[in-house]
Design a protein around this ligand. Structure first.
Ligand SMILES: [Mg+2]
Length: 417
């Protein structure tokens, strides 16, 4: 089998509201770049990539000479072509590789008539549980989706998501407001949902001292999954972990094998969050999970914002990892639509079924694709690292200029930015 064509599409798919994080916000939509690889056998494989509010189309189209003529079965060759460890010092293509690897996995699965999880070792589970992934958010001018800012609104939002999707674990995305306010929110979640698991992730903006104070204030809870990137860096994480009896988790400072080796030799993080794009593909996540299994380092499945194609890679990954014991993260429930046939996948009791069809088990809905491509053409991308409600503000690590939780914010439309 040889790849004969590469097609790339950029889409803007609306989310329910502008959701806030330590670096700014997702401005009312996700910008995702969709890849189609066609082969001489007529099969089409699907891939997907993010880009922090920007299209990755040009960077993927630039890889046409590497991809045309490639045999999708040659996974290690594709990695070496794009990410030779010294050549890639000039061009880091891990995420582009991931999008192309997804499409190759899809092609190989379709060629063999088996699903990607069967190809990658065989499913251990038929569905993957997810956490609620709670964001602070601006009220949405278009949909009326309510602002999430106060303690009460965080708890109400969690209750609404739990009711709609059945989540039994909740992740509070923080780093937006001062730590004391986010701590109040976290403790209120623990009180409101005593049976559910919790995790907090301020995207590394706290100082070591603030992280230790936060950790000590939640360490009495029996429902903490882990303390995710409270502060920046392996050395910062190690200092926090030495002072608080919580599992330290990261998706920022262990996203490759060199960092993983360093973390094994001088442990700083207890839980490695495997992201099928940040790590450069599904197969690399499985390799990393095997190292972690050997070293008794825990793992979970991370979300960097996804439509159904990337969600399928997360589901197939989650299905084959023997050492997966935490629920996964997904931004997926914030979306209002998808680009796959059948529309959005459904949560049942907080979990999503692993697709069973050949390859990734999802197909492009060309009408939806056209609709969300035209929305992208109309409104374009956004700056992931800017807060639309705080013009001129610059995201810092550590953060010393948090948003004011007492200040009511104006509703925002994705067309505002
Ligand atoms: Mg994180």
């Amino acid at each position: 089998m040889k790849i004969t064509d590469l097609r790339v599409h950029t889409v803007a798919v609306p989310i329910e509201a502008t959701i806030r994080h330590s670096n700014g916000a997702h401005h009312g939509r996700f910008i995702r770049t969709i890849v189609e690889l066609e082969t001489d056998s007529g099969l089409v494989g699907l891939g997907e990539m993010g880009g922090g509010g920007a299209s990755a189309q040009a960077s993927l189209e630039a890889l046409r000479p590497y991809v045309i003529g490639h045999d999708p079965f040659r996974f290690e060759t594709l990695w070496a072509k794009l990410n030779n460890p010294t050549a890639s010092l000039y061009n880091d293509r891990r995420q582009q590789h991931a999008a192309l690897e997804f499409a190759c996995l899809d092609l190989v699965g379709k060629h063999l008539g088996i699903s990607v999880s069967e190809l990658l070792g065989g499913r251990l589970r038929d569905d993957v549980p997810f956490a609620s992934y709670l964001f602070y958010r601006y009220a949405d001018a278009a949909t009326g989706a309510s602002e999430v800012r106060t303690v009460d609104s965080v708890v109400a939002h969690a209750a609404e998501l739990k009711k709609a999707h059945g989540f039994a674990s909740h992740k509070l995305k923080g780093g937006v407001f001062p730590p004391q306010h986010e701590l109040d929110c976290y403790l209120a979640l623990a009180e409101a949902f005593p049976e559910d698991q919790l995790r907090y992730d301020p995207n590394a903006v706290l100082t070591v001292r603030e992280s230790i104070e936060f950790g000590r204030a939640i360490q009495h809870l029996t429902t903490n999954d882990y303390f995710e990137d409270p502060t920046w860096g392996l050395n910062g994480m190690r200092q926090v972990g030495a002072e608080v009896p919580l599992r330290m988790a990261t998706n920022t400072v262990v996203v490759g094998f060199e960092q993983l080796a360093t973390n094994v030799r001088d442990p700083a993080c207890d839980v490695i969050l495997l992201d099928t794009t940040f790590w450069g593909g599904v197969r690399r996540c499985i390799k990393a999970a095997a190292v972690c299994e050997t070293m008794q380092t825990e793992i979970a499945v991370h979300s960097s914002g996804e439509l159904g194609i990337q969600l399928a890679t997360m589901l197939h990954l989650g299905a084959v990892l023997p050492n997966l014991t935490f629920s996964a993260d997904a931004h997926y429930h914030h979306l209002v639509d998808d680009v796959i046939v059948g529309g959005k996948m459904e949560y049942v009791d907080g979990a999503i079924a692993v697709p069973t069809g050949p390859g990734l088990g999802v197909e492009l809905d060309h009408d939806r694709l056209a609709e969300w491509k035209s929305l992208y053409d109309e409104i374009g991308g956004y700056a992931y690292d800017q807060d639309p409600g705080r013009p001129g503000w610059v995201p810092m690590v550590p953060q010393t200029s948090f948003a004011d939780p007492a200040r009511e914010t104006a509703p925002r439309s994705m067309r505002d930015s």
